[in-house]
Design a protein around this ligand. Structure first.
Ligand code: ZN
Length: 661
C-alpha cells in the first residue's frame, strides 16, 4: 500500500504547517527502510526532554491542556474553546508555552474561569490521575504560569543587566542558581582541562543545580536526569546498530549509545569525530544534545533528533555538472585570460529528511552544519548539507499562497513558473555552488582581497551570472538537466522579479540594501534593466498595470546576451582586482531602494496576509512483522493532521514524569 502524498495548508495564529515528501523511500531496500524506521523512532523518543528543557511546567501544562481538549463536553464553537484550541496548537508548535522564535510567553487569551470549569467537569479524580495534581493545586501552581504575564515572561532572556538565568524560563539551571555562580562554576571547570586546545563542550548535557548549598551537575543520561527518555532512545539505537550499512556506521551508533549511558563529554567528542568521518553511508542521522540557543549562557544544548538519507537524484545532478565542469569553463563568455585551464566541480550534498524530532520539529532548519565543537571542526571538518525535500515543501507552499499571482505579470508567465520554477531554482543553486564559485582565475599578482568590502557582493554576482548564463544553454537540455529549451525562462523571470521587486519585502521601510546576496541580485537586475533600456526593443522593462508595477520580459534570448556581457565584466573585475569598477557597479545598481516602489511592494505583500512562520508535519512509518517477529515491510504514510500527530506523540512518546526536579 503506497498512500499518495497529500499537501496541507493548515494555519493558525502566525503559523503555517506543511508536509514534506520523503521521495524515493519506497524504492529503498528493506534493510535501509528498516534502519530509517529505527532512527526515526530514536528521533521521536526525546520529545519530552525538549519540552522539559524549555520550561519546568511544560509537560504538566501539556497534559492538562490535552485533557481538556479531548474531554471537553461544552460548546466547541464557543469563543473560549476556539481561543483555547489555538493556544494549545501554539504550545504544541513551540514545544512549550513560549513562542518558538521570539521566546516570549504565548498569550493565553481564554478565561481562567473557562479552564477551571472545564477541569471541574472532567472531575478532580480524573484530573489528578492524569496530571498528578488536584484542580486546586493546578489553580495555585499552573494557572499563574499561564495567565500572569509577569511570571516566566521569556524563555531565553539575552538583555544585559538582569540575571540572565533568573529572567529566563528555560529549565537548564536550578531556581536558586545565579548567573554569576554558573559562570564561575564553568570557568573553574575549564581551568582544570587536561588539554585546553581540545576542550569538551562544558555543561552541554546537564542541569546545574544546588544541593545543600553546593553546585552540582545533574547529567542527562541513562539512570540520571531524563534517563527514562534516554533509555527509549538507546533501545532504538541498539536496533539501528543491527541493520547499520557498514561497520563504520555501527561504530558511530555504538559510540552515541556509550555517551547516552555515561554522559561523558570526551565520549561525545569521540562520537562526533566518528560521525563527521562517516561520509559514505547512505542513511544518516543526528540524535542528541545539539544546539545551545535555548540557554541564555549558550552552554546547555537542547535535544534534537533527525533521520535522513542521501538525495540520489539531486546528487546525480550535481555529479553531472561536476563531471562537465571543464566544458562549462571553456565555453563561458569570459575573456580566455581569466579562465581556468583545469577545473573541478564540487558535488553538493543534498539529503532527504525522513523524520524530524525534538528541536527540529515542527519548525526546522533547511540546512545542517555540524558538529559545533570548534576544535573538532578544525581538526576533522564538518558535515554541511541542505535538506532538499524541506526546501521543496517551502517552494510548493509558495505556489498556493497568492504570492506569485500578485507579482507575476500574466497567466502565461505564471504557468511557465508553475511548470518549471522549482526545478530551475534547484538547478540555479547547483550551477551557482558547484560551478560558479569555482570558475575563473585571478590575473597574476592580484590580491584576492583587492575588492575589499565589495568583494563578497561581486563574488555572489559572479556565481549567479554563471548560473543565469548557463541555465539557458542547450547543453543543459542535452545533459538531461532541464526538461526542454524554454524551461530557463521561468528562472529569468523569477530572478529579475526578485531582484527588482519582491526581495524588497525583506527590507524595512526607509532602509537600503545591506546584505551581500541581496545586493548582488539587485545589482544584476538593475544593471540589466538599465542596459536594456538603451536597446531599440528593450529585452526587459518595468511596466505599470492598474497602479501596480510588474516586470515584463520581451526577449529572453537578448536578455541572456546581457547576462553574458555582465558576467564577462564581473569576472574581469574579480580577476584584475579592479576596486573602482566594483565600487561603481555595487553603488550604482546594488544598494539604493526607490522609496515609492518599496512602499507599493510592501503594501501588496502585506495584503497577502502570509504566515511568517512555517513548520512541518511528519510522515508515519507503518511496519509489518513476519511470524518470527522480524520486520517484513516498512511503508510510509502521509495525511495525518497536526492535531492528531500531536495527541499521538503525547501518548506514544510520553517518556518522562510531568515534573523533572
Ligand atoms: Zn554563493
Amino acid at each position: 500500500m503506497q498512500e499518495d502524498f497529500i499537501y496541507t495548508d493548515e494555519r493558525f495564529a502566525d503559523i503555517q504547517l506543511l508536509r514534506y515528501k520523503v521521495a524515493g523511500f519506497d524504492k529503498l531496500p528493506l534493510r535501509q527502510r528498516t534502519l530509517i524506521y529505527y532512527l526515526s523512532q530514536a528521533a521521536l523518543e526525546g520529545r519530552d526532554i525538549l519540552w522539559d528543557q524549555n520550561g519546568r511546567y511544560n509537560l504538566r501544562i501539556r497534559k492538562m491542556l490535552e485533557l481538556v481538549f479531548t474531554h471537553y463536553q461544552g460548546n466547541r464553537e464557543s469563543d473560549n474553546f476556539k481561543k483555547f484550541s489555538v493556544y494549545l496548537k501554539r504550545v504544541w508548535f513551540s514545544n512549550g508555552i513560549h513562542h518558538h522564535y521570539s521566546t516570549d510567553k504565548l498569550p493565553a487569551t481564554f478565561s481562567p474561569d473557562f479552564l477551571e470549569e472545564a477541569l471541574q467537569n472532567i472531575g478532580n479524580n480524573v484530573v489528578e490521575a492524569e496530571t498528578g495534581a488536584t484542580i486546586e493545586q493546578l489553580k495555585a501552581e499552573i494557572f499563574p504560569v499561564l495567565f500572569n504575564p509577569q511570571i516566566m515572561p521569556k524563555r531565553v532572556n539575552q538583555a544585559e543587566g538582569a540575571d540572565l538565568i533568573a529572567t529566563s524560563a528555560a529549565n537548564y539551571y536550578g531556581s536558586d542558581v545565579t548567573q554569576a555562580e554558573a559562570e564561575a562554576f564553568y570557568a573553574h571547570q575549564k581551568s582544570l582541562a587536561s588539554d585546553p586546545s581540545r576542550p569538551v563542550m562544558y555543561g552541554m548535557n546537564s542541569r546545574l543545580v544546588k544541593e545543600n548549598g553546593q553546585l552540582k551537575e545533574r547529567l542527562w543520561r541513562s539512570g540520571e536526569l531524563y534517563g527514562p527518555a534516554i533509555d527509549r532512545i538507546i533501545f532504538w539505537l541498539d536496533k539501528a546498530k543491527t541493520v547499520a550499512e557498514n561497520p563504520k556506521q555501527a561504530e558511530v551508533i555504538d559510540c552515541l549509545i556509550q555517551f547516552y549511558r555515561s554522559g561523558d563529554l570526551r565520549t561525545f567528542d569521540k562520537y562526533t569525530i566518528l560521525w563527521v568521518n562517516d561520509t559514505e553511508s547512505f542513511v544518516d542521522f543526528t540524535n542528541g544534545f545539539t544546539e545551545t540557543y535555548g540557554d541564555p549562557l549558550g552552554l546547555k544544548a537542547s535535544w534534537e533528533g533527525f533521520a535522513n538519507f542521501k538525495d540520489i537524484v539531486a546528487t546525480a545532478r550535481t555529479e553531472t555538472l561536476a563531471a562537465n565542469a571543464q566544458w562549462f569553463e571553456d565555453n563561458s563568455p569570459v575573456d580566455p585570460l581569466f579562465k581556468k585551464q583545469t577545473t573541478r566541480g564540487i558535488t553538493a550534498k543534498v539529503i532527504i529528511a525522513a523524520m524530524l524530532g525534538g528541536d527540529l520539529y515542527p519548525s526546522s532548519a533547511i540546512g545542517i552544519n555540524l558538529p559545533n565543537s570548534n576544535w573538532v571542526r578544525a581538526e576533522h571538518g564538518s558535515k554541511s548539507v541542505t535538506i532538499g525535500n524541506l526546501t521543496d515543501a517551502y517552494n510548493k507552499a509558495a505556489h498556493g499562497n497568492g504570492f506569485l499571482d500578485e507579482f507575476v505579470i500574466d497567466a502565461d508567465t505564471l504557468e511557465l513558473i508553475n511548470t518549471y520554477g522549482d526545478a530551475c531554482d534547484d538547478l540555479h543553486t547547483d550551477l551557482h555552488e558547484c560551478l560558479g564559485h569555482g570558475s575563473g582565475r585571478m590575473a597574476e599578482g592580484v590580491d584576492p582581497d583587492a575588492l575589499k568590502a565589495y568583494g563578497s557582493c561581486i563574488e555572489e554576482a559572479r556565481a549567479d551570472l554563471f548560473a543565469l548564463y548557463y541555465i539557458a544553454d542547450p547543453k543543459l537540455v542535452a545533459l538531461g538537466l532541464t526538461p526542454d529549451a524554454k524551461a530557463y525562462k521561468s528562472q529569468y523571470y523569477t530572478y529579475l522579479m526578485n531582484g527588482l521587486l519582491t526581495q524588497l519585502v525583506r527590507i524595512e521601510p526607509g532602509c537600503n540594501i545591506e546584505e551581500a546576496h541581496m545586493r548582488n541580485r539587485a545589482l544584476i537586475a538593475h544593471w540589466v534593466l538599465h542596459h536594456a533600456s538603451s536597446l531599440a526593443i528593450p529585452p526587459v522593462q518595468l511596466t505599470t498595470i492598474q497602479g501596480k508595477t510588474f516586470l515584463k520580459i520581451n526577449d529572453y534570448e537578448a536578455l541572456r546576451k546581457l547576462f553574458a556581457q555582465l558576467l564577462s565584466e564581473v569576472q574581469r573585475i574579480k580577476s584584475e582586482g579592479d576596486y573602482e569598477a566594483a565600487a561603481q557597479l555595487v553603488e550604482t545598481y546594488g544598494i539604493n531602494v526607490n522609496q515609492e516602489l518599496h512602499n507599493e511592494i510592501l503594501q501588496r505583500y502585506k495584503a497577502l496576509n502570509l504566515a511568517p512562520y512555517k513548520g512541518f508535519i511528519n510522515p508515519e512509518y507503518i511496519v509489518e512483522y513476519d511470524e518470527k517477529g522480524n520486520i517484513s515491510d516498512v511503508q510510509i504514510k502521509y495525511g495525518e493532521t497536526f492535531e492528531h500527530q500531536m495527541l499521538r506523540y503525547s501518548q506514544q512518546y510520553a517518556t518522562l514524569p510531568l515534573i523533572n526536579d
